[in-house]
Design a protein around this ligand. Sequence first.
Ligand code: GSH
Length: 209
Amino acid sequence: MILYDYFRSSAAYRVRIAIALKGLAVERRHVHLVRGEQRDLGYRAKNPLAIVPTLELDDGRLITQSLAIIDYLDALQPDPPLLPKDAVLAAQARAAALTIACEIHPLANLRVIEALQSSFGARDEQIAEWRRRWIAEGLHAVEALIAPAPFAFGATPSLADICLIPQVYNARRFDVPLNDCPRILVADAACSVHPAFVAARPEAQPNAE
Ligand SMILES: N[C@@H](CCC(=O)N[C@@H](CS)C(=O)NCC(=O)O)C(=O)O
């Protein structure tokens, strides 16, 4: 399997965490987003939205969307499970993950930021405010959704932590204060010493800059 990845992509970061948790061997190809490599025709043929991650299977079939890729990896290697056994907790963990993946992340994606700049003339300080606004609002919602013990939904990492930690990385990168999110900080502290989360960090990737 090949993962098309960018070291700082938070969606790809989710998949890297899942791969490490599952102990899977996956080849990696770096798609440099800032240089626009995601828009090369060869890559766009694999991922029509020109975004990372994409997973290419050994038989050439392709899976796009980080959460769909993680579902596939979970089906391939069910151990360790990525959701709590309890059906309500499992749905709540998925809801926290979807809050990040659907309600926060798309609003501050590179192509959205580029459109705000090129089509609407947004200035750097307006872009910074835009990013901080949606990350802060979304993470406050996540704070109310999780119940860390010490991971977001129990004693082992779940899909919620897999989505949360890359978003916390982005929050710190863009100076969003997290001091009023004590639950998120508990889950973050637990993940920060977990080997799978450590291995998946942007700065630990071979193409990190
Ligand atoms: N919903 C998608 C989001 C993927 C996504 O937006 N990836 C970003 C990096 S985190 C990207 O490739 N952006 C390239 C661009 O905006 O040009 C997923 O979960 O895979």
